[in-house]
Ligand binder design. Structure first.
Ligand code: ACO
Length: 402
């Protein structure tokens, strides 16, 4: 008979930490997070200040190089990113082969992975110079927005709009998505998207960033490494929650707006339903990004003159949940994804594209963490152990005797 307690005892020297809730996988100087106090800093700068005063490309520079850039450093960085405003023809051809109804995250992940076929100089990361490593951030920041916009325009049967490097990152992206001749992008709307990208830019060792570090630790190439991060982000417990939140709010609205019923469902331990956009592994009082997004949501809808009933449902859910002992005891608060989907929807971005916005925002974080991992002498291949609870040793039985 299987003696699981003996097997567990034999693995006593191994720390079992399901979901790595209490395991530090690396030392990092990039992002500081205090979950009890709801504090988030990038390189020491509070997220509130960066969201209010900075722009996404400046924050990307900060995460990647460790310091805020001077004006000339920022200009040079923007130029470098702008120099990757197109894709190899083969990548356009690959994207053209995807069905129009394909989920954009699958398309983005596949296209990013396929970049390795067109830039073989990146295949062996041990031979990369510092300049090559710096190029990776400019290239991937430049090309991810082209990939997303190109696929989206294709699904709309619209010709691509070329990138305009004179615009800030989010404005350029929105212009490629929905702009073009005679259809200028509202700068305030673009600023709101830029702020969202800042809020998503890094978040220490979350699921997708850990995936990037794990893949990168095997010395896989940068495109394969980041593609793995995109796939991890896609899951609905992680970045995919932004799409799931909007679908949940729509479902509540279509069922008469009775959000109390959904609160009950979320509390029912026999029901797998969870309140999407609620809860966080680290934040146990509030998610500082959610506070900023909630305000941004109000001002974007006001600016665009939109009254979105989904926002009323979201506010109602939040208000009720914050009074409910189930959510209070478990420290479940709205996270970054709870209100972001309402903003994306107001910007005219379809729900299945939401998580690609997150991927675009998280790119500087993934690349900064990859760069830091490469530079650290402490880095070893990521190779966790396990506690074995399977069958004990037994002899092979011939097939005719089973
Ligand atoms: N709705 C209802 N109950 C919840 C929720 C929720 N959203 N989140 C957690 N709980 C409950 C769990 O059922 C569990 O209850 P129990 O102690 O009675 O068993 C308790 O709270 C702890 O939950 P865990 O799953 O152990 O928490 P964990 O830290 O592993 O998970 C997570 C965090 C994945 C974010 C979780 O809160 C969740 O599923 N939230 C909904 C999805 C979501 O919004 N994800 C986005 C996160 S932010 C980001 O990745 C960008």
């Amino acid at each position: 008979a299987l003696d699981i307690s003996r097997l567990r005892a034999e693995s006593a020297c191994i720390t079992l930490d399901n979901g790595f809730g209490n395991t530090g996988s690396c030392e990092s100087a990039i992002t500081f997070l205090n979950g009890e106090k709801g504090i988030l800093h990038y390189r020491g700068y509070p997220i509130e200040q960066l969201a209010e005063k900075s722009v996404f490309q400046e924050v990307a520079y900060l995460l990647y190089y460790g310091e805020l850039p001077s004006q000339s450093e920022l200009n040079l960085f923007k130029q470098k990113v702008a120099s990757y405003s197109s894709l190899p023809q083969g990548i356009y051809n690959i994207i053209d082969q995807f069905p129009l109804e394909a989920h954009p995250m699958g398309v983005v992940s596949a296209a990013v992975s396929a970049l390795s076929a067109f830039y073989p100089e990146f295949i062996n990361p041990t031979s990369l110079s510092q300049a090559d490593i710096d190029r990776a951030i400019a290239q991937l920041m430049g090309q991810i927005k082209i990939i997303i916009a190109y696929f989206f325009r294709r699904t709309q049967s619209q010709a691509p709009v070329p990138s305009d490097p004179s615009l800030i990152y989010a404005a350029d992206f929105l212009n490629m998505l929905q702009g073009g001749e005679g259809n200028p992008i509202d700068p305030e709307v673009a600023d709101a998207l830029d702020t969202l990208l800042i809020l998503h830019a890094d978040h220490e060792q979350n699921c997708s960033t850990s995936t990037v570090r794990v893949i990168g630790s095997s010395k896989a190439n940068i495109f394969a490494t980041v593609s793995g991060g995109i796939d991890a982000l896609w899951g609905q417990l992680h970045g995919g929650a932004n799409q799931a939140v909007l679908e949940m709010l729509n479902e509540i609205q279509n069922n008469g707006g009775d959000y109390q019923k959904y609160l009950h469902k979320a509390k029912d331990k026999n029901d797998p339903f969870r309140l999407m956009g609620f809860g966080h592994r680290v934040y146990k009082n509030f998610d500082p990004r959610a506070k900023i997004i909630k305000n941004a949501c109000d001002s974007v809808l006001q600016k665009l003159g939109i009254h979105d009933p989904l926002l009323d449902i979201a506010r109602g859910l939040e208000e009720q949940a914050l009074k409910d002992p189930y959510f209070i005891e478990r420290h479940l608060y709205p996270n970054v994804d709870f209100y972001s989907g309402i903003i994306y929807q107001a910007l005219g971005i379809p729900a299945n594209m939401f998580t690609t916005m997150f991927a675009m925002g998280r790119m500087p974080g993934w690349l900064s963490q990859w760069k830091e991992m490469r530079a650290s002498e402490a880095t070893r291949i990521a190779r966790p152990r396990q506690v074995y609870i399977g069958a004990t040793a037994r002899d092979y039985v011939a097939i005719n005797q089973r």
